[in-house]
Design a protein around this ligand. Sequence first.
Ligand code: WT7
Length: 647
Amino acid sequence: MSYPYQIKSLDQYHEVYKQSVENPEQFWAEVAATFRWKKPFDKVLEWNFKEPNIEWFGGGQLNITENCLDRWAESQPDTPAIIWESNDPAEAGRTLTYKELLAKVNQFAHVLKNNGAKKGDRICIYMPMVPELAIAVLACARIGAIHSVIFGGFSAQSIADRINDASCNIVITADGGYRGNKQIPLKAVMDEALIQCDTVQKVIVLNRTNTPVSMLKDKEVWWEEEILKVEHAGNPFFEAEPMESEDELFILYTSGSTGKPKGVVHTCAGYMVYTNYTFVNVFQYQPGDIHFCTADIGWITGHSYIIYGPLSAGATTLMFEGIPTWPDAGRFWEIIDKYHVNILYTAPTAIRSLMSFGLDVLKDKDLSSLKVLGTVGEPINEEAWNWYHYHIGKGNCPIVDTWWQTETGGILISNLAGVTPQKAAYATLPLPGIQPLLVDENGHIIAGSNAASGELPAETVSGNLCIQFPWPGMIRTTYGDHERCRQTYFSTYQDLDFTGDGCFRDQAGNYRITGRVDDVLNISGHRIGTAEVENAINMHTGVVESAIVGYPHDIKGQGIYAFIIYQGETLDNDSIAHDINQTITRLIGAIAKADKIQFVSGLPKTRSGKIMRRILRKIAEGETENLGDTSTLLDPAVVDEIKNGRR
Ligand code: WT7
């Protein structure tokens, strides 16, 4: 196995980057040609950002699972594909070789077919981090069904909204899941969601925790029993469904600035080529390396860099069911020691949290197998970067700071480990094929900000980060609402894809992402829309109105600060705050709970009734002096009250 498109030097990076912007079609066609196609593509790219319409590798047919499984099961059948570590350190781990994983995916593809699944169906997956989750995802792809994975921390209401938005007909779940010393009753949560979902005809349930569950006759079946049926039938091979390049591969819901999460759609060929290309280049994966991405498969990071990127490269991917701090804060380091992990890919919030436990847990851990470290999800502060560099990488592992989004499918801006220079707190340079630039509020391109032009700025510049040319892994639509996709990403600035992030570019051409410029919060690397949280809070009995802003939080990066007008039953404030967080947990999930709640008698509004979040943001950040112009406020006195009551 070798990766002909793996970049090996800084000079080569510059050369390849130049080619990739001068002739993107030829560049991507050459990468794509190294994959297994059922029918070769004849049109590399058709696009416009107006509608938008993005088509890569037109005329081609393929199945992503043949590229992730069959080709490796043939050439390296005994290479571990997935190494799984249980939540419980005492429970034996599991390893699935490429041959074994292919067999399991084929089996489960039959289970799906036996339960009525067809090409194009939307299948909801709500499972713990066990190998069967990866098997379920890949089996959907094998039969051509569109998977919609929902993170195990989301509430019944969130699940129902997502299932209904995509009209899923099949659900795959488990009785429960383990997270540290907690058990999550996944099936019970799903049961509550399904009361609202008419389209679901079958529910397939894996037994993970032996939690008692209710199973409805004919509609709900056990994973294990369905597998037995396939085994009795002699375990036939499952021929992978031929898919058009632009057939939908999956939907993944993410928050935006409106109340309703949107279903980001990725398609088969482009997503495969892009996650593979970025995996091989950013992490500089070498055959035999063990890659440990600590994300949950319920987020895009897990989709792209636990499953599709690594497996499409014939790599060994380590999947961990548990959490970094259980049974103690040495768990990641123990896993690295146990499996001789070579690449660790995690989030700044995890690093900051582990930092806070001190160095004792590192003492008896051998981390010498590590070659490359990565971070993703939010800007990494220098303190965390340095700790990661010196205490985990022992000063000799490059750190890749990878900037990307659910919408981008894979990494867009990052150094390439050990190949291009790293710079603390900078994502650095764009990947080949990626053409970032910065614009001011009026949409004017900032001089020296456009990587593809080859120009560098005379001094550091800043603006809103946009991409001016398509790449294979980009979003194609928001499920069921193409106009929303156009509005959200392609209408703010003409002919540009607007990312929602603010960004700097230094004189060497490095990009530094500063964070969201829209009403989206980044809590522990997870995106949460302020409108979504406000909607949930406003559902609580007694709440009249609320406004949510983010504030700097030592561990989470950003915390949620809620200003609430409450006129309900008179209880003490702490009890009410507690109940409100219970409501958020019920409607969204515990990840969206408010860290601080302040009860106020009014909110700072303009005469037209718009909440001035700028003021609330400053107060939440602890800035009480320079609040800017408050003269347009309907009731300026309310600001003093809010300042005085600050939590
Ligand atoms: C938002 C996307 C991509 C997987 C995880 C999050 C922020 C992401 C970085 C980074 C600074 C980052 C951005 C982006 N972000 N990576 N390396 N440096 N900020 O995916 O939930 O779609 O969120 O996360 O603000 O827009 P997501």
